[in-house]
Design a protein around this ligand. Structure first.
Ligand code: IPE
Ligand code: IPE
Ligand code: MG
Length: 230
């Protein structure tokens, strides 16, 4: 545990965009659009506070089951987000990475992602991971298959390194907005010892103040990792 108790890695299940829109009698995609504005605000705040890594669950493998119009709207928003934010990420020295199976993206989006990752790969003032078409089980199965091909037994650390998030420390904090108390196939392996916070706030309404309260609470938490209090 770090002596100052500051979280190094925060992960967020950004849920509630659809309900935010529905309450305003707007189409669901308006909620997703508003959700992107929250990403802009919160990511800036997190890195300004000195947190090293922010991992955001933007689209799950299961979300592909949604109506075509919603899915294509989200892909479109993702593409616009990268185009719009790349110069800012470069300026702020943020390393951008997409975590998940992007084989479902069209060539334009794949190129955009590869380009953004390449242009920011050397940065380390902050690391922004967007989980897109991500599934925790798929992540684990994928890693297992990779390792089977190498034909050796592995340690827990080597297994972690074979995951999409390989090389990053596990999240210290996982937040789920939107009032559901489940993990919905997020970082299953990586969140074994994360502190989990559920809030009823819908993602478009999530504010810096609430994040600050969560971080303050985290700092007071005694993380024992199975040991007893020393
Ligand atoms: C989260 O918001 C974003 C995605 C899953 C893409 P939702 O779209 O799940 O919003 P609700 O849960 O329907 O309100
Ligand atoms: C989880 O939200 C996935 C993301 C936030 C990207 P969902 O809305 O898909 O989860 P369920 O369906 O309520 O479990
Ligand atoms: Mg939802």
């Amino acid at each position: 545990m770090k002596s100052d108790n500051n979280p190094r890695h925060i992960a967020i299940i950004m849920d509630g965009n659809g309900r935010w829109a529905k309450r305003r009698l707007l189409p669901r995609n308006f909620g997703h659009k508003k959700g992107v504005e929250t990403i802009d605000r919160i990511s800036r705040y997190v890195f300004d506070k000195g947190v090293e890594i922010l991992t955001l669950f933007a689209f799950s493998t299961e979300n592909l089951r949604r109506p075509k119009e919603e899915v294509s709207g989200i892909f479109e928003l993702f593409s616009t987000y990268i185009k719009k934010n790349l110069p800012d990420m470069i300026e702020r020295e943020i390393k951008f990475k997409v975590v998940g199976d992007i084989s479902v993206c069209d060539d334009g989006l794949k190129t955009l992602i590869a380009d953004a990752e390449k242009q920011t790969e050397k940065f380390n003032r902050g690391k922004l991971n967007i989980c897109f078409n991500y599934g925790g089980r798929a992540d684990i199965v994928n890693a297992a298959n990779k390792l089977i091909q190498e034909g050796k037994t592995v340690t827990e650390q080597e297994f972690a390194d074979a995951l999409y998030t390989g090389g990053l420390p596990d999240p210290d904090i996982v937040i789920r907005t939107g009032n559901e108390h489940r993990i919905s196939n997020f970082l299953l392996y990586q969140m074994a010892y994360s502190e989990i916070y559920f809030t009823s706030t819908l993602w478009p309404d999530f504010k810096e103040k609430e994040l600050n309260e969560i971080i303050a609470d985290f700092k007071k938490t005694n993380r024992r990792f199975g040991n007893i209090e020393q």
